[in-house]
Design a binder for this molecule. Structure first.
Ligand SMILES: NC(=O)c1ccc[n+]([C@@H]2O[C@H](COP(=O)([O-])OP(=O)(O)OC[C@H]3O[C@@H](n4cnc5c(N)ncnc54)[C@H](O)[C@@H]3O)[C@@H](O)[C@H]2O)c1
Ligand SMILES: [Fe+2]
Length: 393
């Protein structure tokens, strides 16, 4: 067996209504001045109210930063860091999707360590101290509440990651009630993102390990068995709970066995065209998996029965193709757009997308098959008019 390391946050609370308990958890750190990092959509939907009321009732001073936007740009993070320092904050709390949680992770780190954001992009460069950090996800998607990763959009529209154990929170607080009102199209896209985390962790080239494998398999089962239901019937709290658990397990898997070419090709779509992260993934997913078949077919065949019981007993080759087609069927059933053209990408944009994807070397090294510029270009071309969704078998 290959040696491996495995890191997760030391404390997790998973409970319906858990967001009310942030005041008790914040008290563990003796924190008086608390910064709440969120976005307006989440706050206007009332998702921060229970936590805000509990903190005020406990006599804490609450400072609000609600200017997070999707795919957070570096200047938004820098503004939040300045507020955090000016307000002499003791603890950072974030309630929101991956964009809010990633912003909060960096704010808690940069405000205390004194580092500059530009100096910590990459793996293991953030080594300083951090403020106590509580993370409450409102999407069943990124798994950011359990990953040591934060993703930033730079002024040159590149998506860059900061990866460091310093970004793991003190508490991940999972409250499925917060995900009940997530609109169907966001539910679908974020759910696909979580499935991609599980799949890419399972095939990750260097750091795949027995713990990430088990978590990825369990995550894929929970997510694939519940995604259609939550897209149809968002109020089903039990199905929402399974999705939130699945996205967290997938987060733990890819935090330790990193994601690869699906994410590398998705990032430029998000950064340049402001396409939501999960949808960007879905648009290149089938193309990348099909490209990977010669190198990762046997691993896809191992996963195939999890999403499609009909794949049991098939040859490796057939099962792997069924796997790709099973994912395409989920995307179709959840009404996820099929083509890059539908999100505003034109043929003339493809060279830039492929060039930018090649810059994602942190991710591409994890892909089971080497991806060249020509390969990336071909995958984008196939996605342009939705051909990637066509059956493989
Ligand atoms: N840190 C990690 O490990 C990691 C992993 C994957 C992706 N990411 C990053 O996370 C970001 C994407 O996060 P996301 O997909 O969670 O979306 P998001 O945080 O960008 O939110 C998307 C939209 O959904 C709304 N929303 C969120 N929760 C809601 C709810 N419960 N009800 C109603 N509306 C709600 C938000 O207001 C926002 O408008 C990207 O920047 C991506 O690169 C990070
Ligand atoms: Fe992702």
């Amino acid at each position: 067996m290959n040696p491996f390391t495995f890191q997760v946050p030391s404390n997790i609370l998973f409970e319906s209504g858990a967001s009310k308990k942030v005041a008790e958890l914040a008290a563990e750190f003796g924190a008086q001045r608390i910064l709440l990092v969120t976005d307006r959509g989440v706050r206007d939907a009332g998702l921060t109210r229970a936590a805000e009321d509990a903190l005020k009732a406990a006599g804490r001073d609450l400072v609000l930063f609600e200017d997070v936007v999707a795919d957070p740009p570096s200047n938004v993070i820098e503004r939040a860091v300045a507020l955090c320092r000016d307000e002499r904050i003791d603890l950072v709390l974030s309630i929101g999707g991956g964009s809010a949680l990633d912003t909060a992770k960096l704010v808690a780190y940069l405000a205390k360590s004194g580092d500059q954001l530009d100096d910590i992009y990459g793996v293991g460069l953030a080594k300083g101290e951090r403020l106590p950090l509580l993370l409450v996800p409102t999407t069943a998607g990124t798994g950011s509440e359990v990953t040591p990763i934060a993703i930033v959009t730079t002024p040159t529209t590149e998506k860059k990651g900061v990866v460091s154990p310093r970004l793991l929170p003190n508490w991940a607080i999972l409250d499925p009630e917060l995900t009940v009102g997530l609109p169907s199209h966001v539910t679908a896209a974020t759910g696909i993102d979580a499935m991609v985390h599980a799949i890419e962790a399972y095939t990750s080239r260097h750091k795949k390990n027995p713990m990430s494998d088990q978590l990825a398999r369990q995550a894929l089962a929970l997510l694939s068995q519940n995604i259609r239901e939550v897209c149809r019937n968002g109020a089903n709290l039990e199905a929402r709970s399974q999705m939130l658990l699945g996205s967290m397990l997938a987060g733990m898997a890819f935090a330790n066995a990193p994601v690869a070419a699906v994410h590398a090709l998705a990032y430029p779509i998000g950064a340049i065209f402001h396409v939501p992260h999960g949808l960007s993934n879905a648009l290149v997913l089938m193309g990348v998996l099909r490209f990977n078949l010669p190198a990762a077919g046997s691993l896809y065949a191992e996963l195939a029965p999890i999403i499609d019981p009909g794949a049991n007993g098939l040859s490796t080759d057939e099962a792997a193709k069924r796997f790709v087609d099973g994912l395409a069927a989920i995307c179709r059933d959840c009404k996820v757009p099929a083509s890059l053209a539908e999100v505003g990408v034109r043929e003339s944009d493809l060279p830039r997308l492929a060039e930018d994807a090649m810059k994602q070397t942190r991710l591409l090294v994890n892909n089971p098959r080497e991806v060249t510029y020509a390969d990336a270009f071909a995958i984008y071309s196939e996605a342009l008019d939705g051909k990637q969704r066509q059956a493989t078998v």
